[in-house]
Design a protein around this ligand. Structure first.
Ligand code: SF4
Length: 566
């Protein structure tokens, strides 16, 4: 029997970990909480004996981890009883700052710490709230919440809720444009063919792996094929049906090669999906831009049913042209889909082999297999409802996003799913958070030019920006130069670099105060550690929360001890 939190009224509670090991303890001593050793937030049960934590296990009732716990979560006990744990506020007395330089901490009372911090905040608020920079990341989700709320309340534009090396980057804006959500995840319950490109999704990595890994394992059991495209023979590659080693940073060529085989050689694509749910049929002129109705300014499509050009929202539009060339407004025009096909044609398998090192023969076979496995046109009945069924998924993440020109790499890969209609339907790639009723009511909707506009957000905590139509670039007024990147989810990693050449940008305020969460931002938040150290050193007051002192805290002026999740 697996008892649950509901069973806590009984005297003895038995909880099974995956693998069958049994834990017994008085029910009242199993305390439910949420693991905060990383951002995932698995449900856990903490076993307390004689007021001491003696064990922590996954909570079987938690949908996030279904009774599982990872080694890092288990080590939360070590965090809790860390012999180096700081329990009192500290103030630096050594004005010289640097990693490895003793701050010569002095214990102070909470009253003194809070008075010192609030005095500085009051001064900044009166002068210019933009002088406050808030940083939060990782397992410190409660910091994300309260610092996220503090930002608009205080009036600063800066709250850093993620960092470049460890969070989504292009996946957010691409998911928004393709499917309206914030992140992506394969539909393991129904997917039959998964290509992991530069990621170990379902095998070893990614947020939520405590449920993704068993879901992927079940899918493998029922026969889902796994192909791993990765320069490294990693855990996922070792367990895959096929591992395709790829030259690092050439993912775009792989994606374009897949598109070429599908569209130009095999002729496999989901025409109905492309016509109804994308702008593939929008007409483009010789300049590559949409041909627009002169009266309304709306993009035009060519209706094959009556041979007329019509706006995308014309109720008489029946059968939009997807391929070929027509005349619209007296000029030659082609559907956008034709332009994609033409671009893909620049990447025949032989050229892709030269770029990526993936043999042309292999690429052709994989692309055809993948396209055929998509079962274009198929439906599946679930709970009495017939739904589109495209059981294939090309999943990508950290690798392609981590390279220069990340957008182009990942957009090419995302398009493979799109042309097969394998987006947000059964068995395909699912866009997380694309619709909800709570806490915010939202639904994917067409906006300007009929293109997906509202729904998920590309930028959490600092306001809800959408990827389309994007923001209008303007002269930067922020240290992260956010104004120069119209569709980026965030540009926070630029701050230390921009600060190095502060005169160049004409930004009229200095950051005078940083408040940061327990993450070790200096070592893990950006690329150039020395630039980050220099930036921190230039700030008048740095306040950090933490359990113990790390490299970032060595640059703090005030250290505030925090509780662990236990
Ligand atoms: S994945 Fe591991 S560290 Fe992260 S919340 Fe779950 S148990 Fe904790």
């Amino acid at each position: 029997m697996v008892t649950s939190l509901k069973g806590r009224e009984t005297r003895i509670q038995t909880v099974y970990r995956p693998g069958g090991k049994r834990h017994e303890a008085p029910a009242s001593d199993w305390v439910p909480t949420t693991c905060r050793m990383c951002l995932v937030g698995c449900g856990v049960l903490v076993h307390v004996q004689d007021k001491r934590v003696v064990n922590v296990i996954g909570n079987p009732d938690s949908p996030m981890n279904r009774g599982r716990i990872c080694a890092k979560g288990k080590s939360g006990i070590m965090n809790h009883y860390n012999p180096n744990r700081i329990t009192k506020p500290l103030r630096r007395t050594n004005s010289e700052k640097g990693i490895g330089i003793d701050p010569k901490w002095q214990e102070i009372s909470w009253e003194e710490a809070i008075e010192t911090i609030s005095r500085k905040m009051r001064k900044i608020h009166e002068e210019d709230p933009r002088k406050l920079y808030l940083q939060t990341w990782g397992g410190s989700q409660e910091f994300t919440t309260w610092l996220g709320v503090l930002r608009p309340a205080f009036g600063t534009p800066y709250v850093q809720t993620g960092v470049s090396p460890t969070c989504g980057k292009t996946v957010h804006s691409i998911q928004f444009l393709v499917a309206g959500g914030f992140h992506q995840e394969p539909d393991f319950a129904y997917c039959n063919y998964l290509i992991d490109c530069g990621t170990q999704m379902g095998v070893a990595t990614r947020e939520g792996f405590n449920h993704q890994v068993p879901d992927c394992a079940k899918a493998r059991e029922r026969g889902m094929k796994l192909v791993v495209v990765d320069p490294i023979g990693n855990n996922a590659a070792a367990k895959a049906d096929e591992w395709l080693p790829i030259r690092p940073g050439t993912d775009a060529a792989f994606g374009m090669g897949m598109l070429h085989v599908l569209l130009n050689e095999a002729g496999i694509f989901d025409a109905e999906y492309l016509k109804r749910f994308t702008n593939a049929a929008y007409l483009a002129g010789a300049n590559g831009k949409f041909v627009r109705d002169p009266a309304s300014g709306k993009p035009l499509l060519f209706d094959r049913s009556d041979g007329k050009a019509k706006t995308y929202d014309d109720p008489t539009l029946k059968d939009p042209l997807l391929e070929g060339e027509v005349e619209a407004l007296g000029k030659k025009a082609r559907p956008a889909f034709e332009l994609i096909k033409a671009r893909a044609a620049e990447y025949p398998a032989e050229r892709v082999e030269e770029i990526t090192s993936i043999p042309a023969k292999t690429l052709r076979r994989i692309a055809r297999e993948f396209g055929e496995a998509a079962q274009i046109g198929a439906t599946i009945r679930i709970d009495g409802v017939d739904l589109p069924y495209r059981p294939v998924c090309l999943e990508w993440d950290r690798g392609p996003q981590g390279h220069k020109h990340a957008w182009h790499h990942t957009w090419a890969l995302a398009m493979v799913n799109v042309v097969l209609g394998a987006v947000n339907v059964v068995g395909s790639i699912h866009s997380t958070d694309s619709a909800s009723n709570w806490p915010v009511k939202k639904w994917p909707e067409a906006g300007q030019d009929g293109i997906l506009m509202s729904s998920g957000s590309t930028h959490r905590g600092g306001g809800h920006f959408t990827a389309f139509p994007g923001r209008t670039p303007s002269r930067p007024e922020r240290w992260d130069l956010f104004e120069l990147f119209p569709v980026a989810a965030h540009t926070r990693t630029l701050v230390p670099e921009v600060y190095k050449n502060s005169g160049r940008w004409g930004i009229d305020h200095k950051i005078e105060m940083v408040i940061h969460s327990p993450g070790n931002q200096v070592m893990a938040g950006w690329g150039d550690v020395q630039a980050v150290v220099d930036w921190y050193k230039s700030i008048e007051m740095v306040v950090g929360f933490g359990v113990e002192i790390n490299e970032t805290h060595e640059l703090d002026d005030i250290f505030l001890p925090m509780r662990t999740y236990m």
